[in-house]
Design a protein around this ligand. Sequence first.
Ligand code: ATP
Length: 508
Amino acid sequence: MSQTDDSAKLMEAIVSLAKRRGFVFQSSEIYGGYNGFFDYGPLGIDLKKNIRDCWWDDMVRRRDDVVGIETSIIMHPKVWEASGHVGGFTDPLVDCKASKQRYRADQLFFAAVVVDGTTHGYVSALEAEDTAADLQAAAEKVKRKQALQGTLAPVVVQEFTEATPEQIPLIPSPATGEPGSLTPPRDFNMMFDTNVGALRDGSSKSYLRPETAQGMFVDFKNVVDTGRVKLPFGIAQIGKSFRNEITPRNFIFRSREFEQMEMEYFIHEDADWETAHKEWIQWCWDWLVSIGLPVSHLSLFDHEKAKLAFYSRGTTDIMFKYPFGVQELWGIAARGNYDLNQHAKASGKPQEIFDEESKKKFVPHVIEPAVGVDRIFLAVLAAAYAEEEITDDKGRTETRTVLRLSPRIAPVKVAVLPLLKKKEELTTRAKALYKKLQRRYAVFYDETGAIGRRYRRQDEIGTPWCVTIDFETIEGEGDTFTLRERDSMEQRRVTERELLDLLDEHVY
Ligand code: ATP
C-alpha cells in the first residue's frame, strides 16, 4: 500500500473515531453539515479545554512576564483598517467557471507535460501530501491517452499564482479535468462582515475578527497603565477567530471559525530581537513536546525574507507532519513595531512607553507566537492514534485502537472500574474512590461489561490509567487497587497514595 493510501486511511480513522467517541462533529449535521464549521462533543471539549488550559498555565500563570487579556470579537472597524486587514487580508481566488468550484491559487499547482522537449498541454493538482507525484502521475496519463512517443520529462511543479495569461486557458481544472474554465487569480478578502446596530448601511459595517492579535495591540496602553508590566513583557489571549477560507479542508485543520492562542511579546526597540525570536521558537517547540507531540513529527520552516510583509523581520513556522502532509502548526513572527505605530497613526493616540531602565520613550517591538487550538487538537489526535494487534489471555488476537494522549491533555485521566457490578462491596469502594478523585481530576466510572472490554473503551479515548477495585481490595484494608497502564497494558498493585502521587506527577 502506498504512503498516500496509508495517510488517507489514518485520516479517515481519526475522523471516524472523533465522531464515534464524541470528540468532533460536523456543524449542523442534520442539515447536511456546513462547510468549514465544526462542533466539539463531550470528550472533544475536554481535550480542547485541556490544551487551552496547559497553554494558559505555562504561558501566563507560570510566567512572571506575561499577562492575559480577553478582547471582544467585534471591534471598531477602524482597527481593521489600521491593521491592514481591510485592504490586504486576502487570498488569491481562482474560479472554475464550469464546475463553480473555487480554489486558492497558492494551493493549486500545475505542470507542463513535456515529451522529448515539446510541451503537450498541462496537468493540475491540488496541494497534497506529495503534489509532485500527483502531477507526475497525471502527466503520465496524458502521455498514455494521447499515445505520445518519447521520454516524458520529470514535471516542474508551479503554483497557479505563477501561471502566465497564455498558460491559464491551457491548464485543466482539477474539478473537470478540462482546460479553459479557470479564471486568473483575484484578491479575495477573507474577513466576515456584519452590521452593528439597527441600520444596515456602509456606516454600520463591521467585521468578525480574523485574528485575536489586534486586541492586544489596541489594549496595549490599557495594560501598560494598569498592569504593572515592564519590558520585556507579553500579553496573551485565547479566543475565536473567523476567516472566510476559500477552501476549508482537512477536517479541523483549516476551518472558517477556529480558536487561536496568541501572545504579543513586547521588547525594547534596541533589544536583540533575533535572540528573543529564537527563544520563543524554542519555547513553543518545547511546549508542543510537553503535551505529547513527538519531535519526529515537528520541523521548522523559515519564511523567505523577500516574501515577508515589508514590516516583518522574520517568521518561522513550527511545522507538523499531518497525515495529509507537513503543514504549518504555529507561526512565530518578529513584527517590529508596525502594529502599534499603525494604531497610533489611525487613532491619534501615541503608543509609546517610557522605559525606566533606558530612560527612553519609544514604541516597543514585538515577537508574536500565534497558534490554532484546533490545529493542535488534530496534531495531537494524529500523533496519538494507533491500531495494534494484541493477543488476549485466551490466545485470541484482536486489534486494539488506542489514543496515546499525554496525561496532561487526556480528557479522562483515570477510569475507576469495580471488577463486578453485582458485588456491592466492590461498587461501594469504587464509588468512594471515584468521588474522591473527581474533586481534582476528570475521572470516569464504569461498571458495565467485561473488564477487558472496559479497558478497550478507555484505550480508545486515551485514558492513561484504569484502576480496578477487585477482591484483593476488599479483602485487605480497601487501600490497594490494580492499576492498568494504557500504553504498556501492564498491571500492578498500587495504594491510594501511590495513585494520587502518580496523578500529581503527570497531570499538571
Ligand atoms: P495558513 O497559511 O495555514 O492559512 P496563516 O499563516 O494565515 O495560516 P496565521 O495568520 O499566522 O495563519 O494564524 C496563526 C495560526 O492560527 C496558524 O499558525 C494556525 O495554527 C491558526 N490558523 C490560521 N488559520 C486557520 C484556519 N483557517 N483554521 C484553523 N486554524 C487556523
